[in-house]
Design a protein around this ligand. Structure first.
Ligand SMILES: Nc1ncnc2c1ncn2[C@@H]1O[C@H](COP(=O)(O)OP(=O)(O)OP(=O)(O)O)[C@@H](O)[C@H]1O
Length: 291
């Protein structure tokens, strides 16, 4: 792992100026209500691979938590456990303080955004974004209203009648985010959503995501390989180590939200990147058993 040397000039060169300057505001409202409690949850796959050692982690309302760490440390496995895409081998996961035995029950919505936008190529952008509402049987007028709002939120209000093949990679990812936003999720899970995009587009989408996250008071768990992205977006970063997958350390970031280029180009950002880089270096050594 290389040190985070001088991230600011690079970010400055590649970042698109924010639509509005970053306004320093007080941290968002109380963060104390747990959305997900991961209680000694462990994952051993059927072939015997120990994907995750027992993990304890609480995600609170309004947090933006990034999971970062070396390849194979269990970031995706942890995210899928939180998404209830599979069950822990041991331990348990409690959503909304046990008010719901499974995610997705009435009143609680969870949305998952993958690295691949997985759009229907034969359907227009509007139809793709409306899909979860159609599946849920939402009234058509209400669905159209939410689709309009979501397309505005991601800056695609003029692309609703386009097909996915007519869009850039960044635009397709925006469609995928809009499709998550129409469900008005209580918990947004994102597995390296911008990993396949160039850094210029990634920075722009990070800008949009942090604005959306702030405006909608989202609770988000986000997997990334980019320490710059993790520092820019997160209120808390969970650093993981591998062999077996586990939590190595955590970094709280109290930089006020929303954030923009002022933060990206600040000494504070550079210092936080260096701190995270050192943690990742140590986690990487620990993963190889070198320490
Ligand atoms: N379905 C599976 N069956 C067996 N082993 C699995 C399965 N899925 C993941 N693993 C193993 O579990 C461990 C954690 O995998 P996971 O994909 O969660 O890591 P990751 O941190 O997301 O990796 P990357 O950064 O490379 O995407 C790895 O050793 C992986 O090989």
């Amino acid at each position: 792992m290389t040190a985070a040397s001088q991230p600011s000039p690079r970010a400055a060169a590649e970042a698109i100026p924010a639509a509005s300057p970053c306004r320093p505001v007080a941290p968002r409202a109380p963060l104390d209500l747990p959305v997900v409690d991961i209680l000694s949850a462990e994952k051993i796959f059927p072939d015997g691979t120990r994907g995750l050692a027992p993990i304890d982690l609480s995600i609170r309302r309004g947090e933006f938590v990034s999971l970062i760490g070396p390849s194979g440390c269990g970031k995706s496995t942890l995210l899928k456990l939180v998404a209830n895409l599979f069950e822990p081998s041991d331990g348990r996961i409690v959503w909304w303080q046990g008010n719901f035995s499974r995610v997705g029950e009435a009143g609680r919505r969870l949305a998952f955004v993958f690295q691949d936008p997985t759009l229907m190529p034969w359907a227009r952008v509007r139809t793709n974004v409306r899909l979860p509402l159609d599946l849920a049987g939402t009234d058509r007028a209400e669905a159209d209203r939410r689709v309009d709002a979501a397309l505005v939120q991601v800056g695609l209000d003029r692309k609703g009648r386009h097909f996915p093949g007519q869009l850039s990679g960044g635009m397709r990812m925006r469609v995928s985010i809009a499709r998550a936003m129409v469900t008005e999720p209580d918990l947004l899970l994102m597995d390296e959503p911008f990993g396949a995009l160039d850094e210029f587009t990634r920075n722009k989408l990070d800008d949009d995501l942090i604005r959306l996250s702030w405006e909608k008071k989202l609770t988000t768990v986000f997997v990334t390989h980019s320490l710059y992205e993790a520092v820019f977006l997160s209120t808390r970063i969970v650093v993981m180590a591998a062999n077996p997958g586990r939590i190595f350390g955590q970094l709280e970031l109290d930089e006020p939200l929303p954030r923009g280029d002022d933060f990206r180009n600040s000494d504070r950002f550079a210092a936080l990147c260096r701190e995270l880089s050192a943690m990742l270096h140590a986690a990487s050594l620990e993963s190889r058993g070198d320490r």
